[in-house]
Every structure is written in structure tokens, then in C-alpha cells.
Design a protein around this ligand. Structure first.
Ligand SMILES: [Fe+2]
Ligand SMILES: [Fe+2]
Length: 483
């Protein structure tokens, strides 16, 4: 055995731990390194995990030089004497088996022969070691199979040797690197889960207040991530150079889920407003109209009621209705007390004539503050590395390329691509959502026209709109139905 090679390989593994990005990549390279050193034909790594208080092993990586197979991820193995890995996970012992079939009766557990049968393979020597963390807790199991006399040959072309005890000890030492990686990944996963729990709570906070838009953020997140993934894969024109790292996509996902969190700071009567006047205002106005009728000052009362009610509900006021409201505003009523009053108060007048939706200019101002509030709320979260830009991205979902957006009025290049994706799919979701009681959803064709018009007006990114409608809309795979 070449100790120098071992030392070098261990140093290399340590080095790789700081470089490999995902747990799967890291475990594969550890497995590969140990197979190389021991001349093993095959090997497997399992990770210990827990569900409802019960420990079990999950299969993480498998390699085999002689059999071409694609390992199934996520297969579950019970801890205990049902299998070699389960036994080692339970006891923390090393199992060093010279010939699995010959020794099968003297082993503390059964050797699974399914793989051998299926692939016409012969498992002979096996070395199974526990992956223990610093306090000796088993975090996983590593299994090496068939040590070859000539490592470059296939298993059936060369002699299969037993693992010498000295080698088993070295594998055990090297395996602690894998244990460390598993430990670190478990911690990272816990932090991630905590973060996701926190986000889910925040999002359900807004959506519980505003049932009308429930599911909006979730759908937006699906549209946004899908669009970014398509852009990442596309290799033509403007997208040739554009690539997203995994963290960048994750940041977009979180930004989309949380983009409207700032609506928590918008008063409920504004958030939920779907009439221009509150019920109280409307009955006071109707009372005044009835009074006018009773003193015979208005002829076609029924029509007038209808028009006021229509204006109250309308998201967009026709010119005819606007004129009608202006005429009404000129009428003064002499009350029984003798004092005179305008038929419409100044607030009623403003509300009924508000340009956009059913919110007055002042209410819109408050509504338009929500992206800034989103930013401030999200800034308080301690985002993990790579996700620090979530608050910034989320707060840009109403920015427009021509500088007419809010809250910052950023322009063109100042708005990053992922924020442009958010802006486009936010409009699409709002137009096509099926669960808004006061508004009919638009068809995809109508929505596409509107988004294209917005793009032509320089508000949103034309190419993003194109990718979205060409590759994401209508592609039901990966997108859930509106719920
Ligand atoms: Fe928003
Ligand atoms: Fe939104």
C-alpha cells in the first residue's frame, strides 16, 4: 500500500471540500477518490436522516465501473440488521467482508443480492464504514465493493481481493471528511428550512389579509423561476451570454414569493377596497339623493341611482359617467335644517372620479409604498450567503424601464434582468388570475397583447415577454394550475 498516495489523496479531498458546491458533487468525489485509492470496482454513500423521530438512511451516491446503471436517488434504507449499511448505521462498527456469499451465514445481517441478480454482477469483497461526526454520531454509511487486483480492469476480468485491515483503517479516517460534509449539509439544510418556514409565514400573512389575491405570490414565483431557467438554457441572440447560478434562481424564487410582503403596511380598507366609496359613504349619498327626490328636485331618480352605483364599482370610468359625476357635483341640497350642502362631498367626488382602479390618488400613494416596505421588512432577515440580494430584487417589481415605475423610478440598465422578469410576470398574473371576484380573468392572448403594449411603451422588457409567452405560458409542465 502506498501511504504517500493516501496522504496526497486525503489532502486533495480536504481541498475539494472547500470547492465542491453541492453535497451530491462532494460525496461523489469522495467516493471516487476512495475507490481510486483502494482499487474498488464499486461504492455507495448513504446519508442518515430523520423523519418523525425515526432515523433512516437515504442513498446519496453510487458508482460502479463494471455495470452501467443509473442509481435511483432518494431510496430509503432502514437502520438495523436488515442490510449491511443499516447494521453499520445502527452499531457504528466497521464491516470488512472477504467474500459476501461464502460468509453470508456468519454475517450479522443479510447481503442484498438484488443488484447482483439484476445486473449479473458478483459482489465479493465489501468494506462498510460508518461516517461519524466529531461526537461519534453516525451521519451516514460508506460502502466499497470488490477490491480489484488490477484497478483498470472490469471486475470479472481480474482477481477480487479482500480489503487489508490497514486499508480499512485509512478508509475510516478518510470517511470522516464525508461525515463532515454531511454534517455541514445538514446544518445548511436546517437553516434553509428555517428560512423557508419564515417566508411561508410572511406570505400567508399577506394573503390571509387579502384573500382576493391568494396564491398570487406562489404562482408568480413559478412563472419567474421558469422564465429564468428558460433564459439560462437559451443560447441565441441576447441570451447567449446570460447564465444564472443556482443561488441566483433561488434568490429570484424568494424575491417572487415575498415581493408583496410590504402590503402588510397598507391599511386594510385600502388593500381590500373594491368599491370607490365605503358602504357608509354610499348610504349617506343615497340618503341625500332620496331626499332630493322627495322634494322633487330630480326627475329620473332611478337612473341616477344606477349611475352612481355603476361609478362606485367601476375600475375604469367611461367619459359619460365622468360627466355625470361632474354634473352631480354641481348640485346643492338644502337640508331640512335649512343649511345647504353639496350633493357630493369633496372626498366622494375624488373617490368617484379617481383615475385608476377604485383608489383615490392619496390611497394610491399609500399603495405605491408597498415595494419599499417589502424592502424594509426583508432587510431584517439574515439572508444566507448568495441570497443577500432578495430584498433589493423583491423591491423592484414595480420599476419600469422607462423610469415611470415606483418606488425608486429606476431606468433601463439600473433594473437587473431578474427584476424585469418579476415585473413582467407580476402583470401577467394579475391579469389572468381566475380568483378575483370583481374582475374577469383575461385570456392569454389578451394578456399577451397588453404585455406587448407595455413593452412597446418602454415599460417592461420586450425579450422577457417574448420568452415568457413562447416558452412558459401554455407549457403546463412545471407550472401548476391556478388554484
Ligand atoms: Fe406589488
Ligand atoms: Fe404582485
Amino acid at each position: 500500500m502506498n501511504y504517500r498516495r493516501w496522504a496526497e489523496e486525503l489532502v486533495e479531498l480536504g481541498q475539494e471540500m472547500t470547492e465542491k458546491r453541492t453535497l451530491a458533487e462532494l460525496l461523489s468525489s469522495i467516493l471516487n477518490g476512495l475507490r481510486r485509492l483502494t482499487g474498488s470496482d464499486a461504492g455507495t454513500i448513504y446519508r442518515m436522516t430523520e423523519e418523525e423521530g425515526e432515523d433512516y438512511l437515504i442513498f446519496e451516491a453510487a458508482q460502479n465501473d463494471s455495470v452501467d446503471f443509473s442509481p435511483k436517488q432518494g431510496v430509503r434504507v432502514d437502520v438495523g440488521s436488515g442490510s449491511l449499511a443499516g447494521y453499520v448505521a445502527e452499531t457504528g462498527e466497521v464491516l470488512n467482508i472477504e467474500d459476501a456469499y461464502k460468509e453470508s451465514t456468519s454475517l450479522p445481517c443479510e447481503v442484498n443480492r438484488e443488484f447482483d441478480k439484476k445486473f449479473n454482477y458478483r459482489t465479493k469483497s465489501i468494506l462498510v464504514v460508518p461516517l461519524k461526526n466529531r461526537v461519534g454520531r453516525v451521519r451516514g454509511v460508506l460502502q466499497l465493493i470488490n477490491k480489484k487486483a488490477e484497478p483498470d480492469c472490469l471486475a470479472d476480468e481480474t482477481e477480487i481481493l479482500p480489503y487489508p485491515e490497514s486499508e480499512a483503517r485509512l478508509v475510516l479516517a478518510a470517511a470522516s471528511q464525508a461525515a463532515l460534509a454531511l454534517e455541514r449539509a445538514t446544518l445548511e439544510r436546517q437553516v434553509q428550512e428555517m428560512l423557508e418556514g419564515l417566508i411561508a409565514t410572511l406570505v400567508s400573512g399577506i394573503e390571509r389579509r387579502d384573500k382576493v389575491t391568494s396564491g398570487h405570490s406562489q404562482r408568480l414565483a413559478e412563472y419567474a423561476v421558469k422564465t429564468a431557467e428558460v433564459i439560462h438554457q437559451l443560447d441565441e441572440g441576447r441570451w447567449e451570454e446570460v447564465e444564472f447560478e443556482d443561488e441566483e434562481i433561488t434568490a429570484l424564487h424568494y424575491a417572487a414569493l415575498t415581493h408583496d410582503i410590504g402590503k402588510l403596511a397598507v391599511p386594510e380598507e385600502i388593500l381590500l377596497k373594491d368599491n370607490r366609496l365605503s358602504d357608509e359613504c354610499m348610504s349617506a349619498l343615497e340618503y341625500r339623493l332620496a331626499y332630493l327626490e322627495s322634494i322633487n328636485e330630480i326627475e329620473d331618480m332611478q337612473q341616477l341611482y344606477e349611475q352612481v352605483r355603476e361609478a362606485n364599482r367601476a375600475h375604469h370610468l367611461s367619459e359619460e359617467l365622468q360627466d355625470k359625476i361632474k354634473q352631480l357635483a354641481e348640485i346643492t341640497v338644502e337640508l331640512p335644517s335649512g343649511e345647504t350642502q353639496q350633493l357630493l362631498t369633496a372626498e366622494e367626488y375624488d373617490s368617484l372620479l379617481a383615475e385608476k382602479g377604485t383608489l383615490t390618488a392619496e390611497e394610491w400613494e399609500q399603495m405605491r409604498e408597498h415595494p419599499m416596505a417589502t424592502y424594509e421588512i426583508l432587510q431584517q432577515v439574515n439572508w444566507t450567503e448568495g441570497l443577500e440580494e432578495v430584498p433589493w430584487l423583491a423591491s423592484l417589481h414595480h420599476e419600469k424601464l422607462n423610469g415611470e415605475g415606483y418606488p425608486r423610478g429606476l431606468k433601463g440598465e439600473e433594473i437587473p434582468l431578474r427584476a424585469r422578469i418579476l415585473a413582467a410576470v407580476d402583470i401577467y398574473e394579475a391579469l389572468t388570475a381566475t380568483d378575483r371576484p370583481y374582475k374577469k380573468p383575461l385570456s392569454d392572448d389578451r394578456a399577451q397583447k397588453i404585455l406587448q403594449e407595455e413593452a412597446a411603451a418602454g415599460a417592461i422588457d420586450r425579450d422577457v415577454v417574448e420568452v415568457f409567452f413562447d416558452h412558459v405560458v401554455g407549457d403546463s409542465e412545471g407550472l401548476t394550475e391556478n388554484d
